[in-house]
Design a binder for this molecule. Structure first.
Ligand code: HEC
Ligand code: HEC
Ligand code: HEC
Ligand code: HEC
Ligand code: HEC
Ligand code: HEC
Ligand code: HEC
Ligand code: HEC
Length: 249
């Protein structure tokens, strides 16, 4: 029986080594960490600095008014009064600083508006919703709804009383936003004795050319060359004026 000191079991030695390594590692790592990770105050200060270093993308709702009074005025009393300009036109800080070279996109596409208006049960009750598949398909939404004042198209109530069919046809056509009286000068008396006092009707191709002729100053309607398009025929011999469809193959 030897009287050499009792050896620690191997397992305990290994455990001791592991503990020492871990403790050393923690001490080293903690001492190497930058102060800003360990100190909450420094941490916040660093976060603020980091966020401030990002380039600002949005210009905010106010500056647009400096240069786009018309759109701002149109929107401020309409249904979209609470939808900000940049919701639809994207972040536009760059544009406000260099309006000529940097143009924000305008969402003219039919796909865009249903992001908010496609029927979805989870939307708030009463929020105006449509089914994009069946609601006046194919045409861009902005054919019938002005994006800055998107009220559904209406006609003067009195015409509807007697010409409801024409009104219904027109309200889903590319001419939805044109008032009846754009094309028919209507004396008040027509509403009382309609068969004796009649409104005017366009009588010449030049009438439609005001908006569709290639020299027309009216912005928006598609243009044709009146001298050659449809030749000698009246426009409405080929295009029903209350539903001027164009077939495209
Ligand atoms: C410093 C003046 C200025 C400011 C501020 C400004 N714009 Fe403009 N914007 C212009 C000019 C100039 C045009 C070009 C007009 C033209 O080409 O007829 C323009 C054109 C546009 C267009 C049409 C682009 C196109 O392709 O036709 C949109 C959309 C637009 N701006 C949105 C905005 C929005 C949104 C804001 C606010 C975030 C804004 N603008 C702020 C001057 C400005
Ligand atoms: C609901 C989406 C929406 C909002 C909100 C909106 N716009 Fe527009 N904007 C459009 C669309 C779509 C067009 C393209 C209209 C067209 O081609 O007939 C457009 C066109 C424009 C144009 C080009 C001129 C024109 O009328 O075609 C300018 C400038 C403009 N918007 C500025 C603004 C400003 C400024 C605001 C905020 C006051 C704003 N928009 C808010 C969707 C929007
Ligand atoms: C960011 C969401 C948003 C987008 C995108 C948007 N709208 Fe709207 N729209 C609204 C809100 C909000 C209202 C007002 C709802 C209310 O009055 O309760 C509204 C109202 C309307 C209305 C009035 C409906 C009624 O009550 O009679 C029409 C029409 C409309 N929008 C068409 C459009 C068209 C067209 C576009 C695309 C150019 C568009 N919207 C894009 C949020 C949006
Ligand atoms: C009280 C009913 C009534 C009202 C209201 C009314 N109309 Fe008429 N309108 C008629 C009748 C009836 C005719 C004749 C139809 C016929 O002769 O076949 C007519 C004919 C017309 C014609 C064709 C004229 C022609 O020479 O062929 C036009 C265009 C017209 N209306 C436009 C309008 C417009 C625009 C309004 C609203 C500003 C309006 N009407 C309001 C009843 C009405
Ligand atoms: C051809 C014309 C036309 C086109 C294109 C059109 N609409 Fe309409 N929209 C109308 C008319 C007319 C009404 C009112 C009668 C009705 O509710 O159908 C209306 C009503 C609405 C309403 C109000 C619904 C409610 O219950 O209050 C919303 C929102 C709307 N449209 C959004 C859109 C959107 C989004 C698009 C494109 C995807 C679009 N519209 C395309 C003609 C059109
Ligand atoms: C873009 C111009 C335009 C608009 C907007 C317009 N009309 Fe017409 N309308 C015409 C033309 C052109 C004719 C003549 C068609 C012909 O002689 O064959 C006509 C003919 C008529 C007629 C005679 C019967 C018929 O169907 O040919 C009536 C009634 C009429 N319009 C009522 C209306 C009413 C009501 C509205 C509004 C809901 C309206 N129009 C909007 C251009 C227009
Ligand atoms: C006050 C201006 C105005 C007058 C006048 C006018 N239009 Fe239009 N027309 C428009 C507008 C706006 C549109 C719709 C453009 C769009 O889809 O955004 C349109 C659309 C059309 C289209 C459809 C084009 C397409 O690509 O789908 C035809 C066809 C057309 N008009 C024919 C006529 C005829 C025929 C007349 C004369 C009876 C006429 N227009 C008078 C403004 C006018
Ligand atoms: C002989 C028949 C005929 C006559 C008359 C006619 N058109 Fe057309 N129009 C067409 C056809 C077919 C198309 C479609 C093919 C094309 O674009 O050439 C069309 C297309 C159009 C378009 C759409 C162009 C585009 O680029 O989207 C407009 C706007 C238009 N016509 C307006 C008129 C006007 C305004 C008149 C009278 C000055 C008129 N048309 C006379 C047959 C006719």
């Amino acid at each position: 029986m030897s009287n050499t000191p009792r050896k620690l079991p191997d397992a305990a030695i290994r455990l001791g080594v592991v503990v020492i390594v871990i403790v050393t590692a923690v001490v080293v790592v903690v001492s190497l960490l930058p102060a800003s990770i360990k100190d909450r105050k420094l941490q916040r200060a660093a976060a603020i600095e980091r966020e401030q270093a990002h380039e600002l993308q949005y210009a905010g709702a106010v500056v647009c008014a400096d240069c786009h009074e018309a759109e701002v005025n149109l929107k401020k009393d309409g249904y979209h009064r609470n939808v900000s300009c940049e919701t639809c036109h994207g972040a536009a800080k760059g544009h406000t600083e260099n309006p000529v070279d940097i143009k924000p996109p305008a969402p003219r596409d039919r796909q865009f508006c249903p992001t908010c208006h496609a029927y979805n049960q989870s939307r708030p009750k009463g929020f105006p919703q449509i089914n994009p598949v069946t609601h006046n398909p194919v045409k861009p939404c902005i054919t019938c709804h002005r994006p800055h004042d998107p009220k559904p198209p209406t006609v003067p109530g009195e015409c509807t009383a007697c010409h409801a069919g024409i009104e219904r046809t027109k309200s889903v056509s590319p001419h939805a936003l044109l008032e009846c009286t754009t094309c028919h000068v209507t004396p008040e008396q027509h509403k009382v004795t309609p068969r004796t006092v009649k409104p005017t009707k366009p009588s010449a191709r030049e009438f439609c050319a005001q908006c569709h002729g290639k020299d027309s100053k009216v912005d928006g309607p598609p243009k044709i060359d009146v001298a050659t398009h449809g030749e000698k025929y009246l426009c409405w011999q080929c295009h029903y004026p209350h539903m001027p469809e164009v077939s495209r193959e």
